[in-house]
Design a protein around this ligand. Structure first.
Ligand SMILES: Nc1nc2c(ncn2[C@@H]2O[C@H](COP(=O)(O)OP(=O)(O)OP(=O)(O)O)[C@@H](O)[C@H]2O)c(=O)[nH]1
Ligand SMILES: [Mg+2]
Length: 302
């Protein structure tokens, strides 16, 4: 049978794992463009994001999910629930682990959750570029669950990804395309803009502040063919955090704004006027109204 006669296959693959193992980096690497933000800080991803990989004879709908961990806020609870909910509705699970570090309790929790939903699960040992001999740790990871296949990959260098994608496509059910060819992600434009800004906050600010931060696009207006105006708020939980986000003489806010604007201009291919504000909403991460505004409904889907 030639490739042209091969049946069209399409299906859903959920990328699950503890925080910081490289799920979002892997999504971007497979798609060949940035769809999800990825940073060295754990709990970067908060919402479920779909990225669509198009092949001549098939389609993979890759579902990036928040890292599974022990939640300490209502927001974190919703994040974990959103990830676990996705696991039920897919054709294949990729349990992604960081092969440069030994398994942790959180990896065990993910493996158990995969086993419970009974969806076939492949183990993806990511960050293989960081280790000389992955075998000893791989043995420990393989013991966590029942993995019919496992792959040593690097989302950073691309090692092992072609084989992984080819095998995943072959494992999808025969069917029709879910998304038209030009669609690469399901996220609304304002959500993507907010994420780009939140990524800069994660990258530029110290450990504890980013978790208290959310970003809301309040207005987006096309001023001309070559200029879009965006007004966005960086929401924090305390006055002291507001001061830190703004920085001495407004320096930090300018840095966040500048880096975000440059990235958004590259995305749009023209000028962006970015008007950034900082707002305090006390304990927003535990308040239903604010969680809803940021897309975390009680039902768990995000
Ligand atoms: N060396 C190396 N670093 C990687 C690789 N994949 C991801 N990283 C880095 O690991 C960090 C975490 O990556 P993310 O993609 O944000 O991880 P995540 O699993 O999506 O994390 P959460 O969204 O917090 O659950 C980033 O600093 C990435 O650059 C890899 O294959 N090799
Ligand atoms: Mg992520």
């Amino acid at each position: 049978m030639t490739a042209a006669d091969a049946p069209y296959r399409a299906g859903f693959v959920a990328l699950v794992g503890r925080p910081n193992v490289g799920k979002s980096t892997l999504l971007n690497a497979i798609l060949g463009r940035k769809v999800a933000i990825a940073t060295p800080k754990p709990q970067t991803t908060r919402n479920v994001i779909r990225g669509i990989y198009h092949a001549p004879n098939g389609q993979l709908i890759l579902v990036d999910t928040p890292g599974i961990h022990r939640p300490r806020t209502k927001l974190a609870e919703r994040m974990v629930k959103a990830a676990e909910t996705q696991m039920k509705d897919v054709d294949l699970l990729w349990h992604i682990v960081d092969i440069s570090r030994p398994p942790r309790e959180e990896d065990e929790r993910v493996a158990k959750a995969c086993a419970q939903v009974k969806t076939p699960t492949w183990l993806l040992a990511n960050k293989v570029d960081l280790v000389r001999d992955p075998e000893p740790l791989l043995v420990g990871y393989l013991r966590l669950g029942d993995y019919p296949r496992h792959y040593l990959i690097s989302a950073e260098t691309g090692a092992g990804l072609d084989q992984l994608v080819a095998d995943a496509l072959a494992a999808m059910p025969e069917g029709f395309r879910y998304y038209p060819d030009e669609v690469v992600t399901d996220q609304p434009e304002d959500f993507y803009i907010a994420e780009v800004i939140r990524e800069k906050v994660l990258l530029f600010l110290a450990q504890e502040i980013p978790h208290s931060v959310a970003v809301l696009v309040e207005e987006r207006t096309r001023r001309s063919e070559r200029l879009v105006y965006v007004r966005a708020s960086i929401v924090v939980e305390r006055d002291s955090q507001k001061g830190i986000v703004i920085g001495e003489g407004g320096r930090m806010l300018r840095r966040i704004g500048e880096a975000s604007r440059l990235e958004l201009e590259a995305y749009y291919g023209h000028a962006v006027y970015l008007d950034l504000w900082v707002k305090v909403r006390k304990r927003w991460r535990d308040q239903e109204e604010w969680l809803r505004r940021f897309g975390f409904s009680e039902s768990g889907s995000s």
